[in-house]
Design a protein around this ligand. Structure first.
Ligand SMILES: Cc1cc2nc3c(=O)[nH]c(=O)nc-3n(C[C@H](O)[C@H](O)[C@H](O)COP(=O)(O)OP(=O)(O)OC[C@H]3O[C@@H](n4cnc5c(N)ncnc54)[C@H](O)[C@@H]3O)c2cc1C
Length: 454
């Protein structure tokens, strides 16, 4: 059995790699990370790659377990709900949770990444930047790298390679050669572009600070998350090819006209709109499902490398951090018995990561089409009223995913039961006063078990 004194090779110093490295070092392992990109603390990020992330309870739990959450507090901004911007500029606020303790938090990817990398180095993790993984030998377990500057190639032998190299994982590509390896990758026919709302005087936010702003427009959507420097990081989601799409908006003039027509209240707040359009790349979004996640005891996929999801539930990183929590629990239970730990890890996670992948796709439609719909908003109110009366039994799907750590697969299945209840209870009413509480009580008690018993 490998001993903790073996060096673990971790591929990828994105979000998961350094967090896992820190926790492994805390348990006495030696860890070396190989990262394709240059050190982002020393070079400027390429344009359009600094998107903000919403971190919630699963991600926070993992950071807390590693002793890092408290030191992150100065780089986060709590968001209490969604602020919807209609075409006329009217604002509607919809809280995320039952009260102000249930918030999601905006954090800059660059700040979080830098904080994790700093901490990993401080704890003795050796991080090799500019080292692109080229492949992995399934028999010997050696990983191959090319240094991006001189172009020198090297082979790294270690008893364990953990791949945290994201959605296009090079280790996963090597695993395609395993007999029986299955892979599905579903690209969304939407792309995204990062844009910026400028800070106001004295670095003040020009929109409500503690909200995630959404401009839902049916086939497209703009969102904005607050930054600590007074700016908002925005993401425009548009079809890749369609009548109105990244393909059709192929000139600055067309793009600005589209913006003016669809997001008129945002345009005056975005002095860099033309520059952002020109300079920032259009990103793609993919759902990846694969199995197995490991090659014997030699290597393991974790985070997006194992299960990339679309960003509409704000859970990709939270889920990847929860991977770390589960892997570490198994390690604490079994020691470095990788032949036992790797398959158990996959068994514990696979149904859950498949479930959050499906929930994220479902939430895309909700954010794009429904958040401005009065029926949808009414159902959300009923959900919160039911939760207030039956807090252990009826917990909205969004809350189960975001504010609780119950298995994603349970959140998915309970969510379906609750959706059916809501459809029946709200079917013929449009005022909360008309809710049939007797029927609600009977349905809830018959169909849902208390969360604490799960
Ligand atoms: C637009 C958008 C918005 C999102 N919003 C949220 C959100 O609000 N909340 C949330 O929880 N999640 C969100 N996510 C998802 C989140 O970004 C990912 O789930 C998370 O980054 C996964 O972490 P990771 O470490 O697995 O992969 P990554 O963070 O992608 O890190 C992978 C690392 O591996 C490196 N690498 C890649 N290939 C190689 C190679 N061949 N050799 C060496 N190194 C390599 C990369 O350079 C990178 O540093 C969002 C994603 C997108 C695209």
């Amino acid at each position: 059995m490998p001993s903790p004194s073996d060096t673990i090779t971790l591929v990828g110093a994105g979000l998961t790699g350094p967090l896992l490295a820190i926790s492994l070092v805390q348990r006495g392992f030696r860890v070396a990370i190989y990262e394709r990109r240059p050190d982002m603390r020393r070079v400027q990020l390429s344009a359009g790659r600094s998107i903000n992330l919403a971190i919630s309870v699963r991600g926070i739990h993992a950071l807390r377990e590693a002793g890092l959450w408290e030191s992150m507090r100065h780089i986060i901004i709590p968001m209490k709900g969604r602020m919807m911007h209609s075409l006329s500029g009217a604002l509607t606020f919809q809280p995320y949770g039952k009260d102000e303790t249930e918030v999601i938090n905006s954090i800059s990817r660059a700040d979080l990444n830098a904080a994790l990398v700093n901490e990993a180095e401080k704890r003795g993790v050796n991080i090799h930047f500019n080292e692109r993984c080229l492949g992995f030998d399934l028999h010997s377990g050696a990983a191959r790298f090319r240094n991006e500057e001189p172009g020198r190639e090297s082979s790294v032998e270690s008893s364990t390679v953990i791949a945290a190299d994201g959605a296009s994982s090079a280790i996963r590509v090597a695993m395609l050669k395993i007999g029986g390896f299955t892979l599905s990758q579903q690209f969304l026919d939407y792309g995204y572009k990062e844009l910026t709302i400028a800070a106001g005087p004295n670095a003040k936010h020009v929109l409500e600070t503690n909200a995630l702003h959404i401009w839902p427009r049916g086939s497209h959507m703009l969102i904005a998350l607050p930054n600590v420097d007074g700016t908002f990081a925005c993401i425009l989601f548009l079809p890749v090819e369609d009548e109105v799409s990244f393909g059709s908006l192929d000139s600055e003039a067309k793009f600005l006209k589209f913006f003016q027509a669809n997001f008129p209240d945002a345009v005056p707040l975005m002095p860099q709109l033309s520059d952002n359009f020109r300079d920032n790349p259009t990103g793609s979004m993919v759902t990846i499902k694969c199995s197995p996640w490991h090659v014997d005891a030699k290597s393991l996929l974790i985070g997006d490398a194992a299960h990339a999801i679309v960003p509409f539930f704000g859970q990709g990183m939270n889920c990847a951090f929860e991977d770390c929590t589960v892997l570490l629990e198994l390690l604490d239970r079994h020691g470095a018995d990788w032949p036992k730990v790797f398959p158990e890890f996959e068994r514990a996670r696979k149904d859950n990561t498949d479930a959050i992948a499906d929930l994220a796709l479902e939430n895309f439609v909700e954010m794009r089409d429904r958040v401005g719909d009065p029926r949808f908003l009414f159902k959300k109110k009923v959900e919160l009223a039911l939760e207030a009366k039956y807090p252990q039994l009826f917990v909205p799907k969004y809350a189960m995913v975001t504010f609780h750590r119950i298995a994603y697969s349970l959140a998915l299945s309970r969510g379906l039961v609750q959706d059916a209840m809501l459809a029946e209870l709200c079917g013929s009413i449009d005022r909360i006063e008309d809710l049939d509480w007797g029927k609600a009580e009977s349905m809830i008690h018959h169909q849902l078990r208390p969360l604490e018993q799960l």
